[in-house]
Ligand binder design. Structure first.
Ligand SMILES: Cc1ncc(COP(=O)(O)O)c(C=O)c1O
Length: 460
């Protein structure tokens, strides 16, 4: 453990030199941050002052196996001693083994794997493959990409323009990438079509994809990209009609279907991949986060044989190089991570403990007038807070609901960032029912306090 004086010095250094995601150093200084984490085990981390926290977000919904697994450290150590990297045009056995493992785990003919280092890169790669595929098929006019409002596919130059909504910060970076089209998110709680049932919402949202393809012309549309269940609007699970309809529409118009499994993949939803809930297989799947539980950077774009085959032979190869694509050390860590997920039945645990977690959250609804909706599946859960259940209205900006709740969770020992009025639960998949009870109890108290301060609820 670092002592308090050292801890203060480390924080000052951070304020001088470090640039953390979505934050600035003035803000960090004002809030006494950033907390500096020195160790972790399971779902808990310890900071430089010796305080232990529950990580309710599991990093960024990515530390699937939990913190502190020595097996990963050993695999990394062994691989660095063998081959930390390899010469141009070569590879290593461990990378080949990981590609084979991914081909075995994924459905149908998703057999060809391009590695990268993060979800954004994996999605950039998928979009490039989709466009290049159409070029090779003699349809160079197919460049447009359809994605959903309320989706998030990453922050790099191209994929930033897919998805939309407050989680995707585009304002500083225009003009946008050409050809990016957006359709509604099948979010039954806030359906853009004001549908009366979940099924109706799903059907109308899928239909909007076909309408968009027809409006712009199928000969201009390259790909559709979507997460099985999207994160920014808080895990809205589409009704069962949605994905099979999307699959049919993509088939009908020759549009490549890309499933972004960056969050859902590797057990988070209680199945190995999110699309398994819908019995649908994409043409391209992207994975990151849970593939390696974020112990090191690693991601992959997994492509169907049908598409990949067009990149083989003659001048057809994909012209796309990332220095750290297929990094042997990350591959060793990823294989060790997948082995832990499988041997310790973490996918089943996500399903079982996730059901318990959701039922405990649902049990709070009658006590808390601000709970608007509880949704999600497995350990991909969310609670949406509203100021009025009837109208589903959010909160005035001066209430600063996100910051206030996040601060209150800190007082209760939770690192749990509220994204405005949405609480997103994405803990490590090794979480137990007792851990869930601890989190739910803290959320209960925080909501009582918050509602009391706002003049509603029991403490008002
Ligand atoms: C669904 C989804 N896709 C892509 C990304 C981008 O991944 P990365 O931050 O590793 O680039 C994220 C990140 O949170 C994500 O949630």
């Amino acid at each position: 453990m670092t002592n308090i004086v050292n801890s203060e010095q480390i924080r000052l250094k951070a304020l001088n030199n470090l640039w953390i995601h979505n934050r600035d150093w003035t803000e960090m200084a004002e809030s006494g941050g950033p907390p500096v984490i020195t160790s972790g085990e399971g779902i808990r981390v310890t900071d430089s002052e010796g305080k232990t926290w529950i990580d309710v977000n599991g990093g960024y919904s990515c530390v699937n196996i939990g913190y502190g697994r020595a097996e990963i450290a050993q695999a990394v150590y062994d691989q660095i001693n063998k081959t930390p990297f390899c010469p141009i045009g070569t590879t290593t056995e461990v990378v080949i083994n990981l590609a084979e493992k991914l081909a075995q785990l994924t459905p149908s003919d998703l057999n060809r794997v391009f590695f990268s280092t993060g979800g954004s890169e994996a999605n950039e790669t998928a979009i490039k493959i989709a466009r290049a595929y159409h070029n090779r098929c003699g349809e160079p006019g197919r460049y447009r990409v359809i994605s959903r409002r309320g989706s998030y596919h990453g922050m790099t130059g191209g994929v930033l323009w897919t998805g939309d909504g407050p989680a995707v910060h585009k304002a500083d970076y225009g003009p946008g990438y050409p050809g990016m089209l957006h359709v509604p998110q099948p979010n039954p709680y806030r359906c853009e079509f004001d549908a009366q049932t979940e099924s109706e919402c799903a059907v109308l949202c899928a239909q909007a994809i076909e309408d968009t393809i027809l409006f712009y012309g199928p000969e201009t549309v390259s790909a559709f990209i979507g997460e099985p269940i999207a994160i920014p609007q808080g895990a809205p699970v589409p009704s069962k009609e949605y994905w099979p309809m999307v699959r049919d529409i993509c088939n009908r118009y020759g549009v490549i279907m890309i499933a972004d499994e960056v969050v859902c993949g590797f057990g988070r939803t209680g199945k190995m991949f999110g699309m398994e809930h819908f019995n649908v297989s994409p043409d391209i799947m992207t994975v990151a986060k849970g593939i390696i539980s974020a112990y090191l950077p690693m991601a992959a774009t997994i492509v169907s044989d049908q598409i990949a085959d067009s990149f083989s032979g003659g001048e057809s190869s994909l012209k796309h190089v990332l220095t750290n694509s297929g990094h042997p050390v990350s591959a060793a860590a990823a294989l060790a991570n997948i082995s832990i997920i499988e041997k310790e039945n973490m996918v089943d645990n996500a399903r079982e403990v996730g059901e318990y977690f959701k039922s405990q959250l649902q049990g709070m609804v009658n006590d808390h007038p601000y709970i608007g909706d509880i949704r999600g599946i497995g350990l991909f859960l969310a609670m949406e807070l509203v100021s009025d259940r009837e109208t589903k209205a959010g909160f005035e900006p001066d209430i600063e609901v996100g910051t206030r709740l996040t601060d209150k969770f800190k007082e209760r020992g939770l690192i749990f960032r509220a994204r405005e009025n949405i609480l997103h639960f994405g803990p490590p998949l090794c979480i137990t029912r007792q851990d869930v009870d601890e989190i739910v109890h803290a959320v209960d108290i925080v909501l009582w306090e918050f509602e009391g301060e706002c003049g509603v609820g029991r403490l008002a």
